[in-house]
Write a protein that binds this ligand. Sequence first.
Ligand SMILES: [Zn+2]
Length: 420
Amino acid sequence: MAGIANFASLRRTRFVKSFHVLRFGLIALFIAPVFAQQAATPAPAPAVAPEPPDPIKDMVARLDLEKYKATIKGLTQFGDRRQGTDRNRAALDWIEAQLKSYGYTNTARIKYDYFPTDPRRPSGPAARGASGAQGGGVIKGLRAPTGVNVDPMKQPDEKLRALNTQATAPGPREDVYCTKIGTTHPEEMYIIGAHMDGHGWGEAANDDGSGTAIVMELARIFMSPDIKTERSIRFCLWNNEETGLNGARAYADQRVALQGKEDPIGSGKYPEPKWLGMIQHDMMMFDHGAPRADGTVSKEQRPEADVNIEFQSQAKFAEGAQKLAWFFQAANEAYATDYPAAVGQHMTNTDSTPFMDLVPSISLRENERGTQIGAGWDPHWHQPTDVFATFSDKDFLLGLNAAQTTLGAIARLTGATLAK
Ligand SMILES: [Zn+2]
């Protein structure tokens, strides 16, 4: 009882005396310890327990701006990588060779045919907001024109123009993928994707060299001999995104029914682990703000640039996708070094769309696809200026921050550990 009474009175005196202590400063505490004791100074703040070391931070730290840029640069040697051309096939071979060089012995390809007269629906769902935003958003503010450049003469670099000259031809197509196999749950996986094709007579450096390089860099790091994951991760580079998501749709169609089946039975091998989530990366670098009244966009990355994580509110798996999106946002807070992430509900026009009614699916982008890219926020989109030299380190850094976000989130989701 006495103790309680004393505690109550102590609290009252502490309130009054704390002003006293503040006025005379901490020095008084040291030069007059007895006085300080009598004056019932505030107890020292309890020592904050040091945070336990987070090995995922060490994994994320293996991402490197120069390596990320080098991978994008490697992709740009194949020009715009337009589907149905030799340069597209050469890029696919180069990507597969890189994946093998990281240590993957299980690279594989999805084969499908693409004929432009296919009555398949065009890229993305038909849903449009009143303002015309694809995916269901509402466009506000100023807009600048968007479109796909088809004029070779708009590419001033003659060498690049020559590289991009071969026309697309209908016929067989391929995607490439590889898999990090989980130690305790090889039968389940997350799919990490980006599209490797482009168009517009540039180098497709941003759309989607920047996303493809994220997938490749993550594949490289997760294959480090000292990193293990409980669950599997599949790294997929889709073809034919620009013609209507045909490569990703072919994968979903061909493999949805194979999920979680052990083959051969008793082997512990799962050619198609059960899908736990699909995460797409598409145009990751340029967030310079909205177009101005004269139609121009700032030359500088805006200081408030962010990674846009989108799910589609109309998807069958919208609820799970939304949770996945917020999980990624939290991973951004924990692991990204420079740029924050924002979540939106209008994912559209990218390779996560064919998966969104089958499994929780999200996309990461430099901007919201419907309301921002659709309103002309990226003047290099599908243009001859989408070349490596267009982008500054602040642009590349936004892509690296998206890579940090996905690496951190997927490491958490798959139970990744780092050997000491
Ligand atoms: Zn794209």
